[in-house]
Write a protein that binds this ligand. Structure first.
Ligand code: NAD
Length: 478
């Protein structure tokens, strides 16, 4: 499949496809082959994109009423749906993920535009009782130009999640996708033009993080920054935001626990435990990468996992196996370093015989029991590596669950009603599932973390508050 002419070696700035002198390769993780090139944007392109966004915000885009913004977002969602098959193949080639996973991602992307399209004209203010002779009310205003830096693991979903929310509130967007996977962001931005968004409402600058990303984060012309990626880069982005006295949301990953008690329905639990780590090759911020198992059923659950792990298979995006290749040679090396340091796993899946040479494949691995202070129990691997830890009782489970620097998602598996609620309240996580687990899913569900997982909430209705500011109006009517 050749790349769409529109997305090759160009940024979308002010409604125009702007070529750059330098370019970066687009590598298909399934076989390591170069399948195209993207523009290597830098300071100049970021400068131009922010100027275009500001002009749109002060002009056509800023003047559009909320109901019409909603219609535009909805239309964009429909166009993503119209091109679903092509976009899914593009996403799978660009990221190496199995085609069926990419299909789900494109469906979610379209759904973000629909959800926030429907929400755009439903953001209400309040009236506040005050002194006699006064009327006080609050209104929500857009922030202005919002910067968005997104990672490579779920590019199309991230475009929907981050940009649809900002656009619904009337902000003008400058998006810097990850250099490893930029194609769907460019294509969706092209669809936004087709949907009728005014030029400059949604701008995309591709390029290296240290160049385009750093230039965007540090630019005094943005009014807010939304960042998803590593804690290290998140720290730099937040420092840059502080220099400009603007707010930011940081979504930085996790070491999310799934806590399994002896009274859980183990036949129902185990497939979910596996999906939560194997989905997207474990390259999911909310991957369920730690399984905490009550001591009396530890051996039983580990044995069930061991049998199933041996059947897991990594393959090319087209082969659509349990998982695909990891995003890059660098990510593969990072994951393999964790595995090498941990030693021989208890169980290991395999790389399919027909997986192309040159792909960045890592067979899924299971470790049990893992010590609480082991790197596999503490650090985000971002690969198909599952660590199992035993616990003695409810208090012990909670202590271990809360023992990392992260706090993004948690899963609780028990049929004991009061215990479900006790742990849901006490566990350090922004999102808690009881007798279920949804790594990455849930457009409607507020999502975000605490500690090293970051701060702020995206998804759901509450995210509209992150991408807007409250104004209080006090009227003295005598
Ligand atoms: P990263 O944080 O460097 O990249 C994420 C985004 O930030 C990309 O768009 C990148 O271009 C941009 N970026 C990089 N340096 C920048 C800078 N100095 N200023 C502004 N933007 C910059 O992450 P990575 O290097 O791709 O991955 C490293 C590790 O981070 C992974 O192994 C994984 O553990 C973690 N990670 C987490 C998530 C998540 O969803 N939470 C996503 C990607 C990676």
């Amino acid at each position: 499949m050749g790349l769409d002419q529109r997305v090759e070696q160009a940024c979308l700035i002010g409604g125009n496809w702007v070529a750059t002198a330098d370019s970066l390769p687009v590598i298909c993780p399934s076989d390591g082959a170069e399948i195209g090139r993207i523009a290597a944007g830098g300071v100049a392109e970021i400068e131009a994109a922010i100027a275009a966004a500001r002009a749109a915000f002060d002009g056509d885009w800023g003047a559009i009423p909320a109901v019409e913004r909603g219609r535009l977002l909805h239309r964009l969602g429909e166009l993503v749906g119209r091109d679903h098959d092509m976009l899914a193949r593009m996403e799978a080639m660009d990221t190496g993920k199995p085609l069926s996973q990419a299909r789900v991602d494109i469906t979610c992307c379209a759904r973000y535009f629909e959800f926030y399209g429907a929400a755009a004209d439903k953001v209400h203010g309040e009236t506040i009782p005050f002194l006699n002779g006064y009327q006080v009310l609050t209104i929500r205003e857009p922030l202005g130009v919002t910067g968005h830096i997104i990672p490579w693991n779920y590019p199309a979903q991230m475009v929907g999640r981050s940009c649809a929310t900002a656009l619904a509130m009337g902000n003008a967007v400058v998006l810097k996708p990850a250099e490893e996977a930029s194609l769907s962001a460019l294509y969706i931005a092209g669809l936004a033009l087709e949907a009728g968004f005014p030029p400059g409402a949604l701008n995309v600058v591709t390029g290296l993080g240290q160049m385009a990303g750093a230039a965007l984060a540090a630019h005094p012309g943005i009014n807010f920054m939304s960042f998803t990626g590593s804690p290290e880069t998140g720290t730099l982005v937040q420092a840059a935001a502080a220099q400009n006295h603007i707010g930011c949301t940081l979504e930085l990953g996790g070491k999310s626990p799934q806590i399994v008690f002896a009274d859980a329905d183990l036949e129902a639990v185990v497939p979910v435990l596996i999906k939560a780590i194997v989905q997207n090759g474990g390259q999911t911020c909310s991957a369920g990468s730690r399984v905490l198992i009550e001591a009396q059923i530890f051996d039983q659950v580990v044995d069930m996992l061991r049998v199933r792990f041996a059947d897991l298979e990594a393959g090319s995006w087209e082969a659509d196996r349990d998982l695909g290749a990891l995003i890059s040679a660098r990510q593969k090396a990072r994951v393999e370093a964790f595995i090498a340091a941990a030693g021989a796993p208890l169980a290991q899946g395999r790389v399919a015989d027909d997986a192309p040479e040159g792909g960045h494949y890592v067979a899924p691995v299971l470790y049990a029991p893992v010590a609480e202070d082991d790197p596999l129990a503490q650090e985000e691997v971002f690969g198909p590596v599952l660590a199992c830890l035993p616990f003695q009782d409810e208090a012990d489970a909670l202590r271990i669950a809360n023992s990392t620097q992260y706090g993004l998602v948690a899963g609780i598996w028990t049929s004991h009603g009061a215990r479900q609620m006790r742990i849901a309240k006490a566990v350090r996580a922004g999102q808690v599932f009881v007798n279920g687990y949804g790594a990455g899913g849930g457009i409607e569900l507020p999502f975000g973390g605490t500690g090293k997982s970051g701060h702020g909430r995206e998804k759901g209705f509450v995210a509209l508050e992150e991408f807007s500011q409250l104004k209080t109006i006090v009227l003295n009517h005598g």
